[in-house]
Design a protein around this ligand. Sequence first.
Ligand code: ATP
Ligand code: MG
Length: 598
Amino acid sequence: MKKQLTANELRQKFIDFFVSKDHVQISGASLIPENDPTVLFTTAGMHPLVPYILGSDHPSGKRLTDYQKCIRTGDIEAVGDPHHLTFFEMLGNWSLGDYFKKEAIAYSFEFLTAWLNLDISQLSVTVFAGDELVARDDEAAQTWESFGIPRERIYFLPREDNWWGPAGETGPCGPDSEMFIDTGRPSCGPDCRPGCSCGKYFEIWNDVFMGYKKNSDGTYEEMSRKCVDTGMGIERTIAILQGKKSVYETEVFAPIIAGIENLSQKHYGDNEDIDISIRILADHIRTSVFILGDQRGVAPSNVGQGYILRRLIRRAVRHGHKLGIEGAFLGDLALIVLELYGKPYPELVENREFVLKELAQEEAKFSETLAKGEREFEKMLPNLLKGNSRQISGRTAFKLYDTYGYPIELTKELAAEHDFTVDEAGFKEAFEKHQEISRSGSEQQFKGGLADHSDKTTALHTATHMLHQALRTVLGEHVGQKGSNITIERLRFDFTHHSPMSAEEIQKVEDMVNEAIDRNLAVKCETMTLDEAKAQGAIAFFDSKYGEQVKVYSIGDYSKEVCGGPHVENTSQMGHFKILKEQSSSAGVRRIKAILEK
Ligand code: ATP
Ligand code: MG
């Protein structure tokens, strides 16, 4: 049998290929986007590169390649199907104002056929069909054809399939071209084509040709500086190369699934319902481990990323129970994930204790929730039995959910055990009403988008650096950034420090930042290697795996930090700095919220 390409080998091959084409390998970013209030998680390799697509110079040059951790909570409902995961790895190559469409397609074609040995007869591609605003992408179609892809396997699809961006009202955007592999399964009908959800075609790679700018009047203008952004999913691609029916049969899932089989004494592949629960559990534990073990690791909570994590963990536990697993089990599965991914993602190894501790805590908390919910249900039961309806009202189901965190699915199960049904429509109504009232915004942030680079968030970003420096001066060098989050209104900065700050310390830090702002300091950006940056005393919170070039921002003689930007040009553009709150964030970590006033 032909040797099958593994995820580790594909990752390396992709990078090697693009390095051989003069690309520079850069480190993938954290899953938690920094200073970008528009999204909760990094959803694509493109996301951390947005500022450079928008026009700023990348310190590593115009041709880049990397592998990037991605989370798409928008795909959560699809999990269980053969090819949608909440966490996946994306391989990417970028041209920032260098090569464009023809070369990008040529690279994709060469990699797929000469390096991955895919048979060209399996390959179908899609290109933009054109509309009243932008012409059909004949250049992309002709390029594919010139490599031997027959016309009938080049599909012209409309804007909703083959156009990317802009995420905001205006900005860079353009047509894309997606590469699909025909799995050989029968087609579902005459309209079946790449992009159809029946599973015949697997999308593995997408080349985006960012050649246009959308103007505020809705027109599109060709840009002189054109960019290419591509993304290839590792799990899907190896599934195809290995001739597997789904991503779950590949070596990056097989050990997790074996672990679940072992714990549950159920067999994967026997029964559709069981398989779905196994897949959901396998997907969710993997994603949870990556969120917890990220370089900006997040713990379960009721807001933002922490809330998504909590939902994933709890859903994993529920499916574990559904499979008949008893007692705590997430830790066992997490160890398998850590083992699988420790090499390409060393942060997982570093954060191993945190991952295991938080999982165990959340699992215990949720078990308690479940026990409490069951007790409440038992208490309600006599009254329910007295009534003449065998239906539990939506209001009651919602109370169990809202007060005790008891999931509706379990209420339904408990109800069924006592020959009751649940008014699900009523539950939904109560739930939606509640959501409208307490919408935190986190649910809306599922989809990817451009970073917010307004003047206000830029100034707050500069203020974050200055706060960081002041904290180190006032409290000591042990202060390090643990997290940063900026919205248009305020900055939030988490840092290592063991005790609450005194009123005097807070005042000192605030004064120090304002004194520096009032000196009208110029902000300067230089490019150098990470080692040089560290030698110059710049604050840097990551290690370079590839001797990379980085950007170093200096604020006058006041501070120096490795950072992607953007920043104000001069502190005179900032206003008055004010700390609103200093509080505990978690053990050994403090949190400051601050604003800039006019
Ligand atoms: P689909 O239409 O299948 O959801 P997409 O158009 O959303 O895919 P892109 O945004 O173009 O995908 O992402 C680029 C590549 O990333 C895809 O070609 C695929 O290989 C991979 N990918 C995207 N979403 C997922 C996911 N949920 N799970 C695994 N891989 C994914
Ligand atoms: Mg998608």
